[in-house]
Design a binder for this molecule. Structure first.
Ligand SMILES: [Mg+2]
Length: 280
């Protein structure tokens, strides 16, 4: 049984800033500070981390457990209206092709599809509501499970294991995200990792993340199905026979790891600049 875990923001959908507006409003009510989310990046972190950072920025101290719960409740309270606002202003979108992939995966008996997201569970399904994707996810790991992203993923796998009543091998878990932090979390947990370029991730950081597969979006499902081991590679290379065990063909054909040519060019120009300054 293969377990496939999807991140939400920038991977399944883009909610048009609904999350940050919800958090802004919750913080404004509690600390009186406006637009707190302009002060830091929310991408790739769990809600718990983002809430703590926002509170600290706005109120100058860590929230107590009671304040934290209040912040969560206020955020969940504001979120539906903010998602609606994004929909109305046409700023809510599904990633290209992802619906096709979800439908295809839901028909297979050898895979289970779940969420691996930093969103609080309630927040996750509120954000997914307009997409209709919620029905594809019978289990997941959420931002309420842990503030550590890799722990969130492990929790999702633990829940999947309970449903199928067997222990899941890390080599059978595939994590799909949109930032280098998603990739790092998957690696930390010992799972496969892939990323979409069309989300909210930084392109350069993604290229250096060592993700097994990086593609723009889900328009062409072929690389995804090969990476998932659900289709045979046309060049006939079998999984586990190339480069290193369990991360085979994707490295060679679809993934980019380590330094790329752009990095080398950048380093050469930096050296030239240093020499030019030294000669002066
Ligand atoms: Mg994301």
């Amino acid at each position: 049984m293969k377990i496939i875990l999807f991140d939400i923001d920038g991977t399944l959908i883009k909610a048009g800033g609904a999350g940050s507006r919800g958090l802004n409003k919750a913080i404004k009510e509690m600390c009186g500070v406006d637009k707190i989310c302009d002060k830091f990046s929310l991408q790739g972190s769990t809600d718990k981390e983002n809430f703590a950072t926002a509170f600290k920025h706005a109120c100058g101290k860590k929230p107590t457990a009671k304040q934290f719960r209040e912040l969560e409740l206020k955020y969940i309270g504001f979120l539906p209206a903010e998602v609606k606002r994004s929909l109305k202003s046409k700023n809510y979108s599904k990633l290209n092709g992802v619906e096709k992939l979800l439908v295809l995966l839901s028909k297979r008996k050898d895979v289970m599809v779940g969420l691996g997201t930093g969103n609080l569970k309630e927040g996750a399904f509120i954000k997914l509501e307009p997409s209709g994707f919620g029905k594809h996810f019978a289990f997941g790991g959420y931002g309420c499970d842990s503030h550590i992203r890799s722990e969130v993923l492990k929790k999702a796998v633990e829940r999947a294991g309970k449903i199928v009543k067997t222990e899941i091998r890390p080599a059978d878990v595939y994590v799909i995200g949109d930032t280098h932090l998603d990739v790092a979390a998957a690696k930390e947990a010992g799972y496969h990792s892939a990323a979409v370029m069309d989300g909210f991730g930084d392109q350069k950081l993604l290229e250096r993340s060592g993700s097994e597969l990086i593609v723009k979006d889900f328009t062409d499902l072929y690389p995804w199905l090969i990476w998932l081991g659900l289709e045979k590679d046309s060049k006939g290379v079998r999984r586990g026979t190339y480069i290193c065990p369990d991360s085979p063909i994707e490295h060679a054909h679809y993934g980019r790891t380590g330094m790329d040519l752009k990095d080398i060019e950048d380093n050469i120009s930096a050296l030239r600049e240093m020499r030019r300054k030294a000669v002066k």
